[in-house]
Design a protein around this ligand. Structure first.
Ligand code: 13P
Length: 366
C-alpha cells in the first residue's frame, strides 16, 4: 500500500509540474487540488460555512422570526456573498445543494458571484447525521450512495471543494469505538471519492461541545478520533496534501463549571494535533461549534500566536461568522447594509485572529 501511495502522489506531482509548465495550453481547465487547498488557507483568509441544511437554516430563521423559503434563504446568502470587501477575508464558501443551484436577483448564479470575486465555491455533500444502528444516542453520517455521480455534477456546477461532517458526542458511555470507527471509515470513503473527482475534501469530525465534560475529556476524545480518522485516510489512500481538516477546538463542555482560557484551549488543541495530524496536511480550518463569535475568535488567535505548528491554522466558521449578521438582518431588505456591515466586521476580526493579530479590545473598537 505504501508503494501505491507514493507512486500515486509522485504521479500527481509530475502532472502538476507538466500542467504548470504547459504555458501554451491556456485552455487547460485542470486546477490542482493542492493549489485549491493552499488558496483556501491563504494568509488572512478562511472559509465561510454557509451550508446549513434547510432544517438548520429554518431553525436559525425561527430565531429572528423570519420565514424560511427558497427566496428568503437566497436573499440571506446573497447578502453575505455580496458584502463589500468579503473577498479580503473569505477564500471559499461552503454551499448547500440548493444554494449552488440558485441565482442572485440579477440573474447571476450565486456560485459565479463568488468565483467572480476570487472566492472558491464549495459544497456540503453529506446527507446528515442519522441514528447509528445498535447504539443509543450515537450518530452516523450518511450520503455515500450515489456520491460519485453527485460529485461529478457538483464539479460541473463549479464546486472545487467539499465538506462531510461526522458528529461525535461526549456522554456517560459515549463515544463508543464503534461510533468513531464507522464515522472515520465513512469520512475516508467520502474523501477518496472527492479526490478521484478532483474536488478537495474537507474532513470534519466534530466532537460536540454539548455536555458538562472537562477540557481534558474533550482532549482525549479528539485525540482518539483524529488518530482513527487519519488511520482510515491512510488505508483508503487519501492524499494528505490534497485535503483540509476541519476539527473542533479542544474546549471545555458548554455546561462544565470550569471554562478553560484561550491560552489553555490553544495549547491543548495544538498539542493534540501534534500527536495526530501529519505535517503533510496543508491546513486546519476550525468549526466554531456553538462558541460565541468572540470566544471562537480569541481561541483561534491564541493558536496563531503559538509559533510551533507546521500547518496553516484558519477558520471555517458558520455561526462564528454569521451570528451578528443574522441578528442585524432579521429578514428585512432595509437591514441589508447593517447586516453586511456586521458581517464584514466579524470577518475582519476573525481574519486578524487567523494571523494572530486579534485582541479582545478590537471587539469594542468597531
Ligand atoms: P459552526 O462554525 O457553526 O460550527 O459551523 C461550521 C460547520 O460547517 C458545521 O458543520
Amino acid at each position: 500500500m505504501n508503494g501505491w501511495k507514493a507512486k500515486n502522489y509522485q504521479e500527481s506531482r509530475l502532472l502538476a509540474s507538466d500542467i504548470r509548465n504547459d504555458k501554451a495550453d491556456q485552455m487547460s481547465e485542470i486546477i490542482l487540488m493542492e493549489d485549491i487547498a493552499a488558496q483556501l488557507v491563504a494568509t488572512s483568509k478562511g472559509i465561510l460555512a454557509a451550508d446549513e441544511s434547510t432544517g438548520t437554516i429554518t431553525k436559525r430563521f425561527d430565531g429572528i422570526q423570519t420565514e424560511s423559503t427558497e427566496d428568503s434563504r437566497r436573499d440571506y446568502r446573497e447578502m453575505l456573498f455580496t458584502a463589500n470587501g468579503v473577498s479580503d477575508y473569505v477564500s471559499g464558501v461552503i454551499l448547500y445543494d440548493e444554494t449552488l443551484r440558485q441565482s442572485a436577483k440579477n440573474g447571476q448564479r450565486l456560485a459565479d458571484t463568488l468565483s467572480a470575486q476570487g472566492i472558491i465555491p464549495g459544497i456540503k455533500v453529506d446527507m446528515g447525521a442519522k441514528p447509528l444502528a445498535f447504539s443509543e444516542d450515537e450518530l452516523i453520517t450518511e450520503g455515500l450512495d450515489g456520491l460519485r455521480g453527485r460529485l461529478a455534477e457538483y464539479y460541473e456546477l463549479g464546486a472545487r471543494f467539499a465538506k462531510w461532517r461526522a458528529v461525535i458526542s461526549i456522554g456517560d458511555a459515549a463515544p463508543s469505538e464503534y461510533c468513531i470507527e464507522t464515522n472515520a471509515h465513512a469520512l475516508a470513503r467520502y474523501a477518496a471519492l472527492c479526490q478521484e473527482a478532483n474536488i478537495v475534501p474537507i474532513i470534519e469530525p466534530e466532537i460536540l461541545m454539548d455536555g458538562s465534560h472537562s477540557i481534558d475529556e474533550c482532549y482525549a476524545v479528539t485525540e482518539t478520533t483524529l488518530k482513527t480518522v487519519f488511520d482510515e485516510l491512510y488505508k483508503q489512500r487519501v492524499v494528505l496534501e490534497q485535503m483540509l481538516l476541519k476539527p473542533n477546538m479542544v474546549v471545555s463542555g458548554k455546561d462544565c463549571p470550569e471554562q478553560a482560557s484561550a491560552e489553555e484551549v490553544a495549547a491543548k488543541t495544538i498539542y493534540c494535533f501534534e500527536q495526530t495530524v501529519p505535517v503533510a496536511v496543508p491546513g486546519i480550518v476550525f468549526l466554531s461549534g456553538g462558541q460565541t463569535e468572540a470566544q471562537a475568535t480569541a481561541n483561534l488567535n491564541a493558536m496563531n500566536q503559538m509559533d510551533r505548528h507546521p500547518w496553516e491554522i484558519s477558520y471555517s466558521f458558520g455561526r462564528g461568522l454569521q451570528a451578528s449578521a443574522l441578528a442585524a438582518w432579521r429578514g428585512k431588505a432595509e437591514n441589508v447594509s447593517a447586516a453586511q456591515e456586521a458581517f464584514i466586521n466579524r470577518c475582519k476580526l476573525t481574519s486578524a485572529a487567523r494571523d494572530g493579530n486579534y485582541s479582545a479590545e478590537m471587539e469594542s473598537d468597531t
